[in-house]
Write a protein that binds this ligand. Structure first.
Ligand code: TXA
Ligand code: MG
Length: 307
């Protein structure tokens, strides 16, 4: 079958695996996810085992598309007007909202927190899977813990092996993980920057909590890391020259149009990581809009690759 397509029979089979408590990797517009039935504690625990991820890190529940996205929230969370406004504007799309969880949401999903993260993806293959399955799917990015998120089906297989069922939806169009907006406090807080920008959220909801005070649980400083050491430089050519003068082999990851930069970021980190150079030099994006999400991932990759 052609890459980028997923036949109805494959979707049906994948939904059946989810019902049986098995894991399925699937494409979203941001990155590929590793999904399990969000109502089945044993299935959710399999995610942590497959990723090598600590069990207290909360997962995002993915929801099937609905005519009114706000309506889909109430089975999972205690919903307020801000949440309704935000998801009606941004769903389906690269946005996760964190809300006080409804009764019955599993501790395995929330990492024992009183809140739950929810997202309605726009990728047609994700939507087909979620609709056919008929309930929420808990899914982190489909990579080993701490590593770069996968943006193609081949990346998922390289991370998690050939045994896993992977739906192929082609390369992800956004390329970095969803924006996470925490609506459980007095002011909306951006826990992770993404393609839905702080500017957009602020235009919809008003003032945001200062970003220095907020961080998603389980987003460690050294996340999204390639194996090769990575440095940031606003003049990557000069930096590369200086490093080469010291006898090091160097590859450069240049900036560019932010949407394009984000889309190819993780694939490029993987490719450059495979070149067996000593150092990757990455050029940061302008620190606004989607550029903030790119720089957030680059900074974490730089820290994670040092250790
Ligand atoms: O774009 C995405 O969000 C991708 C695709 C697959 O949907 N998923 C993703 O999942 O990036 P993951 O597990 O790699 O990152 C989820 C982030 C974690 O940093 C976690 O701490 C945060 O979401 N999160 C989930 N539930 C939360 C909650 N209740 N409170 C605060 N943060 C939460
Ligand atoms: Mg992840």
């Amino acid at each position: 079958m052609m890459p980028g397509s997923s036949a109805p029979a494959e979707i049906t089979a994948a939904a059946a695996l989810l019902r049986a408590g098995e894991l399925v990797a699937f494409p979203t517009e941001t990155v590929y996810g590793l999904g399990a039935d969000a109502r089945n504690p044993l299935a959710v625990r399999r995610i942590f085992a497959a990723k090598g991820r600590p069990a207290d890190h909360p997962l995002i529940v993915h929801l099937a598309p609905t005519v009114d996205p706000a309506q889909a929230l109430s089975a999972w969370a205690i919903v307020d007007e801000r949440a309704r406004l935000l998801v009606r504007a941004c769903w389906p799309g690269p946005l996760t909202v964190v809300l006080p969880r409804a009764e019955g949401v599993l501790d395995e999903v929330t990492g024992g927190l009183a809140t739950v993260g929810l997202r309605m993806p726009s990728h047609p293959v994700a939507q087909a899977l979620l609709t056919t399955f008929g309930d929420g799917v808990a899914a982190p990015s489909a990579n080993r813990f701490g590593r770069v998120s996968p943006t193609t089906a081949a990346h998922v297989r390289a991370e998690l092996g050939d045994e896993l069922r992977v739906l192929d939806g082609g390369p992800c169009q956004v390329g970095v993980e969803s924006t996470i907006v925490d609506l459980s406090g007095a002011l909306p807080a951006i826990l992770r920057p993404g393609a839905v920008t702080a500017e957009q959220v602020q235009a919809l909801l008003g003032p945001l909590a200062p970003s220095s005070t907020t961080r998603a649980p389980g987003t460690l400083e050294g996340h999204y890391a390639p194996h090769t050491s990575l440095r940031l430089s606003t003049d990557p050519q000069a930096e590369a020259e200086a490093l080469r003068a010291r006898g090091l082999r160097v590859a450069i990851l240049p900036a560019g149009d932010p949407a394009d930069h984000a889309r190819r970021l993780y694939a490029e980190l993987r490719r450059l990581d495979g070149l067996q150079v000593d150092v990757l030099v990455a050029e940061p994006a302008a620190d606004e809009g989607l550029g903030r999400a790119i720089n957030d991932r680059l900074r974490r990759a730089a820290r994670g690759a040092e250790g």
